[in-house]
Each structure stands twice: as structure tokens, then as C-alpha cells.
Design a protein around this ligand. Structure first.
Ligand SMILES: Cc1cc2nc3c(=O)[nH]c(=O)nc-3n(C[C@H](O)[C@H](O)[C@H](O)COP(=O)(O)OP(=O)(O)OC[C@H]3O[C@@H](n4cnc5c(N)ncnc54)[C@H](O)[C@@H]3O)c2cc1C
Length: 392
């Protein structure tokens, strides 16, 4: 499989595999237990150039393709899906959004900090009325004569402790025109509050929590793209990030599979290796087949994305199928560890917990099923059919 990889992609995958094995694997369980990623790991990731992997060379990045990004995400996720989830936000979602929406000056000013790891970003869209239900969102930017003012609150912002946050918000200009756009909020901005982060089931290596914006002043430097019409024009960044997210699920299942294969080969039960028990052998074969199918679907979609030839809702099919399958695989693999799979100290069940978080983050499976259904039934790969949007 993946026999089409070129030498650069193979070398990158090998580099990420070595990095994950040497630097992440030994601390991955501690990251999960403490719910904290050591800053030294962020520094090492930056030294390897991974935060700049998907950013154009003219801004100091590597300019690699999405297949390379997915290969790296998979390898890191084999050791720590939680850290890989954090990495995709820094490697894909935030820098690509800035690259698409930003002015030349903003790109030159903001991107080097992400690449060096000195100015990490978070991406904040979700609100209490439903993350994908944008009509219900209340966070809003309005003009104040000089610049704009931002008010509102957000939920579930991962890496809310990052120096800067890309905040998706409703907008309304002085003429009453309404839109949806993206602004940059910094930790030190007056009116910004980061509330205590959540204690969560999975993705425990990253902080996820609510944010509040009270009359924050935004000048032109803080506005990315057109605040009225720019809201969804960074969609390629969201789509690329969604596929990198799928790669994390593939790596998550593969990481636990590799550990389990060793376990069932080494563990003796009833005087023979566990792997000789027929149901165990079947489960391993089934898990292998499902992971291989997920990987094939992922890279088929990645290549279609890069060729500009994705079928409508293809990324949504990818997201639901891969994330849910990876979770199912992890549930069965945890079972093969018996009591050891339930003990947090073994670092086995964190894969299953991270796999579940993967099914909700980047849009829950049902949201993606709704989009797929709308494509099938109404020819619209969006959450709400256009006739309903018009009525709303
Ligand atoms: C670990 C983690 C990290 C996250 N990080 C971030 C982040 O950094 N930034 C950010 O903005 N958000 C983040 N999120 C939020 C995430 O994007 C949302 O939780 C997700 O999109 C689901 O939205 P919701 O929680 O508002 O669920 P809701 O929209 O309230 O939905 C609840 C449930 O209703 C069902 N449902 C919803 N809509 C539909 C529909 N159209 N059709 C059928 N069923 C539906 C689904 O079962 C869904 O799970 C994160 C979430 C997690 C778990």
C-alpha cells in the first residue's frame, strides 16, 4: 500500500516515525495522565520544521503536500493521538487559514511565529447553540467608528492558552449588512478571558475550554480577509485539516494495533501464545483489514483533494468512516488486553478515548452524515439544504 509515495514523502514519514518513537512514545502516557504537553516537545517539533510543513516556502515553511502532512500526522498519532491532534491545528488549520485569508503583511507577521513554535494559534468556532449550527452563534464583531468591537463567548477551544486565537464570528457593518468572518484575538487583548479548561475523556494532551470576549477592540491588523464575505473562503484550510484529522484516526488505530500485536504474540495463555487463540487471531486480522481500508480511503481522498477532483461530500465520507471505524477497532483491541486494557497505567485505553474524541472534534459523525445525506438527497454538500437556508 502507498507504493506511489516519492522519496521525499518516504523520508519525511521515516523522520516522523523516529521522532514519535524516540521523543513522544516515552512520555505519551504521562501527557494523557497529566493532561499537559511539555513545552520541550513543542520546541522539538518546531526544530524539525513540522509546524511549517504545510506552509509555503516564501513564509519560511516547507511547502509539503497534504499527503506528507497526513503521513506525519499518522506517525505522530501512533505514539500520541492527542499530540497529533494538537499538531494538525498548528501545521494545517491555523497557518493555512492565515495563508488564505491574510494580507501579505499579515502572513509575513503571523506565520513565522507558528513555524518557530513561539506564537502558536488556536481556532475557535464552537458555541453553545451547536458548533456547526452557525445561525445560532452569538459572537459578533461590529464597527465602532475606528475599528471593530468583538463580543461573545466560545466553547471547546483547544489550545486556548496559545498566544493568539483565530475567532470565527458573525459580523454586521454600519449599513446593516451581515456576514461571517475571522479575526485574530491575542491573550493580552483587553476584554479577553480564558476560562478554566475542561477535564476530558480524550485528547488529554491539549487544553480545551471556553473563551469570553468583552468589547475587544480590533484594528485592521486583527481582521483576516473580508469580515462580511470572508467567513468560508478559507474552506480549503478546513478541508485539509479534516483529512489530517482522519490521518490521526488511522495512526491512532495503527498505534494500538502494533502494541496489541506484540502483546498477543508475547502473552501466554493456557500454555500457548494468545495469538494462537482463534478468536484473537480473527480480531487482529479484522482490525488489520479495517485499518488498511481506512488508509486506502484517506489517501485516495487526499490525492483527489490535491488534484482538485474530490467528489461532493467526499471529505465527510472520509471523516465519518475513518473516525468511527478507528474507534470500533480500538474498542476491540483494548478488550484483547483484558484487565490491563482498563488500567490507565498501561497507556492502552487512551487510544480508545482519543479515538472517541476524534469522532466529535472537527464535527460529530452525525453532522457529517447530515451533510452526506443532503448531498445524496438534495445535491447540496452542506449542512442545511439551500431551500431551508433561504427560509431561515
Ligand atoms: C476534544 C475536542 C476538541 C475540540 N476543539 C475545538 C476547537 O479547537 N475549536 C472549536 O471551535 N471547536 C472545538 N471542538 C468542538 C467540536 O467541533 C464540536 O464539539 C463538534 O463539532 C460537535 O458540536 P457540538 O459539541 O456543538 O454538538 P452539537 O452541535 O450540540 O450536537 C450534539 C449532537 O447532536 C447531533 N447533531 C448535531 N447536529 C446534527 C445534525 N445536523 N444532524 C444530525 N445530528 C446532529 C450529534 O449527535 C451531535 O454529536 C472540540 C471538540 C472536542 C471533543
Amino acid at each position: 500500500m502507498l507504493d506511489w509515495l516519492n522519496d521525499d514523502q518516504r523520508a519525511l514519514r521515516d523522520m516522523a516515525e523516529t521522532f514519535a518513537r524516540k521523543e513522544i512514545e516515552p512520555i505519551a502516557n504521562q501527557i494523557d495522565l497529566d493532561e499537559e504537553t511539555p513545552h520541550s516537545l513543542v520546541e522539538k517539533t518546531a526544530e524539525l520544521g513540522l509546524f511549517g510543513l504545510y506552509t509555503a516556502e516564501e513564509y519560511g515553511g516547507v511547502g509539503a503536500d497534504l499527503a506528507s502532512v497526513c503521513l506525519v500526522s499518522e506517525e505522530i498519532a501512533k505514539a500520541s493521538p492527542a499530540y497529533a491532534g494538537m499538531l494538525t491545528v498548528q501545521m494545517v488549520l491555523c497557518p493555512k487559514t492565515i495563508e488564505i485569508l491574510g494580507t501579505e503583511e499579515q502572513k509575513q507577521r503571523l506565520l513565522p511565529g507558528i513555524i518557530s513554535g513561539e506564537r502558536l494559534f488556536a481556532y475557535s468556532q464552537s458555541e453553545p447553540g451547536g458548533a456547526a449550527n452557525i445561525a445560532s452563534h452569538l459572537t459578533k464583531a461590529v464597527p465602532d467608528g475606528k475599528g471593530w468591537r468583538l463580543d461573545g463567548s466560545k466553547l471547546f477551544c483547544t489550545q486556548g492558552e496559545a498566544k493568539s486565537i483565530l475567532v470565527m464570528c458573525k459580523t454586521k457593518d454600519g449599513d446593516g449588512n451581515e456576514g461571517y468572518g475571522c479575526v485574530v484575538v491575542d491573550q493580552e487583548d483587553e476584554g479577553f478571558t480564558r476560562l478554566p479548561h475542561e477535564d476530558k475523556l480524550g485528547w488529554r494532551g491539549t487544553n480545551t475550554g471556553p473563551l469570553s470576549f468583552d468589547n475587544i477592540y480590533l484594528d485592521a491588523d486583527d481582521i483576516l480577509g473580508d469580515l462580511l464575505t470572508g467567513g468560508f473562503s478559507h474552506r480549503p484550510a478546513n478541508m485539509a485539516n479534516l483529512l489530517a484529522h482522519c490521518a490521526v484516526s488511522v495512526g491512532c488505530a495503527q498505534g494500538l494495533f502494533d502494541k496489541t500485536l506484540e502483546q498477543v504474540g508475547n502473552r501466554n495463555l493456557y500454555g500457548k501464545a494468545m495469538s494462537e487463540l482463534q478468536p484473537v487471531a480473527y480480531w487482529m486480522a479484522e482490525a488489520h483489514a479495517k485499518i488498511a481500508a481506512c488508509r486506502a480511503l484517506l489517501y485516495d481522498t487526499v490525492r483527489a483533494f490535491e488534484a482538485g477532483a474530490m467528489a461532493p461530500a467526499q471529505q465527510n465520507v472520509c471523516k465519518t468512516f475513518i473516525c468511527e471505524t478507528a474507534f470500533d477497532v480500538c474498542v476491540k483491541l483494548v478488550q484483547l488486553w483484558g484487565g490491563s486494557g482498563i488500567m490507565n497505567s498501561t497507556g492502552v485505553n487512551r487510544y480508545m478515548r482519543d479515538a472517541r474524541a476524534q469522532c466529535v472534534a472537527e464535527g460529530s459523525s452525525e453532522i457529517h452524515y447530515a451533510i452526506i445525506a443532503n448531498q445524496l438527497l438534495h445535491g447540496q454538500p452542506t449542512l442545511v439544504p439551500s431551500n431551508i437556508v433561504k427560509q431561515a
